[in-house]
Write a new protein. Sequence first.
Length: 282
Amino acid sequence: MADGKTSSNARILAAFERTAGRAALVPYVTAGDPSIEAMPRLMHAMVDAGADIIELGVPFSDPMADGPVIQLAAERAIARGTSLATVLDMVAQFRRDDDVTPVVLMGYANPIERMGQEAFVQRAAQAGVDGMLVVDYPPEEAGHFAALLADVRIDPIFLLAPTSTAERMQALARMARGYVYYVSLKGVTGSAALDTEAVARRLEEVRRHISIPVGVGFGIRDAQSAQQIGKTADAVVIGSRLIELMQAAARACADGGGTPAQADDAAIGAVAQWLREVRSLL
């Protein structure tokens, strides 16, 4: 079991205290999509629509855990000039008006290694980042990075897969803080065949080893699935579906003669409307 220290980060701990009795709603969006300028506004709109924690994807050219929807979002964001430094600037801008909602960055090791772990952690703390999920920093290799994060009270968050063994869960429990992210499917983000009953059974086993909150993501594509997952998970993480909604709304606006700013507004509105529906069911 974990050592009882559920979080070193005050905002994440407070978020789960506020959502006691229901699942936390955790939307994921790729930073820089639909545009760099729209991101802080999109983040605020998600909070207004009921988001409890925001997961912000750091775009990377080879996102091995992500399906085509998020891969394309990362490509669009990179083409617009989004970098790790840009993402930290987005968080800092968001923090000017929201000092309550946790922001978790999700991404890959390469951009962090290019910036340098120590430099990145200090800049992330200054920007107001609350948690870090780095797909290719597994617990076995993340000791130094996790220690750096602990020094500035940023929670290291890790993935659990349907195939994770009891031994791996125990190793993760010793290092993870804030929450763990249970991948509900074998495969990449955006996969469609979600068995909510199987997820519920698996969470029973996970909780024998993990005492901090467990969020579930990958494959949650409609409000009803989110509602079912929310009955057993501590948090529901939704990403690919939000990106699809934004793309469809922005494209429709642009096809109708709208400006890029109007397309951003349409994308943000579509996400906010859908999140309100999901939030009402949790």
